[in-house]
Design a protein around this ligand. Structure first.
Ligand SMILES: C[S@@+](CC[C@H](N)C(=O)[O-])C[C@H]1O[C@@H](n2cnc3c(N)ncnc32)[C@H](O)[C@@H]1O
Length: 425
């Protein structure tokens, strides 16, 4: 495979392209590198490759002409990649895709970047090494070269060593150990010493799942998991974060459309659906809050029917979900019941369609590791100031940038629950 590297600093690549497996693969002709310096194609008086940015601002910009000439000089450019923080993230999937190509050309930016019109002149694909800014594209290009080259057939001694690695099966790799068996009192898992290949494979699979859950739970959504994998993950404490999350559906005090503080009627639909969502996401509890005694009685009648009565007997799954619902007269009472249940003060967060809230689902997820959280959902036109006064912050709304933002409360809750807990199962 051919790599054309366009760089103002070809010397940067001398050592990494000559040592270890890369040097060997190069000698064997598995990969070859064509280093091209755009400065050699700068035909202006001072052979300069950069200029000041139009519109002002700090730094310099790489000019088009030397790059265009350098690119046009290539016999076999293949896919043209520009290393850039604005690019598609460099992943194992992209590395695999590129390793199947006979050639790639990698442009290494310097200064403040490259004149944007290069993207109009050539079919350039932007690739990022990560969400950080480097001084130049060379080290990013080197990451790409290394990730791609080692997948080219003949690069690695044992072909299968690429198949067991992190990301290959959508998961992070299991931990590795080597001699000595005990070091400073630390041993290695017994199974690895026993020679039973099936048990070793099972342990490694579990370790791989555990590592991914602990470090990169976002990968699990796309990983091809088996039934036993799912059952293993379901037992892990990290998947049980919902156990510290409470939700309160407040029917009063809330605002009506005119901005008056009122109490609205509870609905059968909200009770059922929020209870089922809460059960599905493993929440610790759901409080139906209404200060009206007749509404509290109505809620209890409904709940009794679906838990202890005929509804519950006919539909035990529904009974299980509705068994989580508690009726409270005020948000304050719901908070105090959550405190008693969790043995700790919950972080009480308002939810609203208004774009004032800044608490992110990620922040809630992090907090749940340490402390219970209670989400207060408002019915009507949202929580009244008296209810808001009991909250410690506000969760960011579901559609902060949309002009029309009128989700049913149970739909909003389902989305919020999934954003907070969904990506960890
Ligand atoms: C100082 S950076 C320019 C950063 C640019 N002004 C910006 O804010 O996006 C110079 C060059 O380094 C390379 N570079 C910097 N960070 C990178 C990253 N995360 N991934 C890939 N290339 C990167 C790019 O080639 C870029 O043109």
């Amino acid at each position: 495979m051919r790599f054309n590297l366009l760089t103002l600093f070809p010397e940067f690549f001398e050592s990494p392209l000559s040592c270890a497996l890369m040097g060997k693969a190069r000698e064997q002709g598995v990969v070859d590198f064509n280093l091209v310096n755009p400065r050699d194609f700068a035909f202006n008086k001072h052979r300069s490759v950069d200029d000041r940015p139009y519109g002002g601002g700090p730094g310099m910009v790489m000019a088009l002409d030397p790059l265009a000439h350098a690119l046009r000089s290539l016999e076999n450019p293949g896919r043209i990649l520009l290393m850039s923080p604005r690019g598609r993230p460099l992943t194992q999937a992209l590395a695999r895709e590129l390793a199947a190509a006979p050639a790639v050309t990698i442009l290494c930016g310097r200064y403040e970047g490259i004149d944007e019109r290069l993207l109009d002149l050539f079919p350039v694909e932007l690739v990022s090494a990560g969400d950080f800014v480097l001084s130049g594209g060379e080290s990013a290009a080197m990451c790409l070269v290394e990730a791609v080259a080692r997948l080219v057939p003949g690069f690695m001694g044992k072909e299968e060593s690429g198949e067991e690695e992190s990301f290959s099966a959508g998961l992070l790799e299991y931990p590795q150990y080597t001699r000595p068996e005990v070091y400073e009192g630390l041993g290695v898992p017994d199974v690895l010493l026993g020679g039973d290949h099936a048990r070793v494979a099972a342990l490694r699979r579990e370790q791989s799942l555990g590592q991914t859950l602990a470090r990169r739970p976002d990968l699990l959504g796309e990983a091809p998991l088996t039934g036993p994998d799912r059952r293993f993950l379901a037992q892990k404490p990290r998947t049980l974060l919902g156990r510290a999350l409470y939700v309160a559906l407040v029917h009063g005090p809330v605002l009506n459309k005119k901005g008056h503080t009122v109490t609205v009627s509870l609905t059968n639909l909200d009770l059922h659906d929020i209870a089922r969502i809460s059960r599905t996401y493993g929440l610790a509890g759901f409080f139906a809050v209404t200060p009206l005694e007749d509404q509290q009685a109505l809620a209890r009648t409904l709940l009794d029917h679906w838990t202890l009565g005929a509804g519950g007997r006919a539909n035990p799954d529904r009974a299980e979900a509705l068994g989580k619902v508690r009726v409270a007269a005020t948000l304050e009472e719901a908070v105090s019941q959550a405190r008693e249940h969790a043995g700790q003060d919950p972080w009480v967060l308002a939810t609203s369609a208004r774009p004032d809230g800044g608490v992110t689902p990620g922040a809630v997820r992090e907090t749940l590791r340490e402390r219970p959280v209670l989400l207060a959902l408002g019915t009507g036109s949202g929580l009244a100031p008296e209810a808001l006064a009991l909250t410690h912050g506000q969760l960011a709304p579901v559609r902060p940038f949309g002009a029309y933002n009128h989700l049913p409360v149970r739909a909003a809750f389902a989305i919020l629950a999934d954003r907070i807990l969904g990506d960890i199962f």
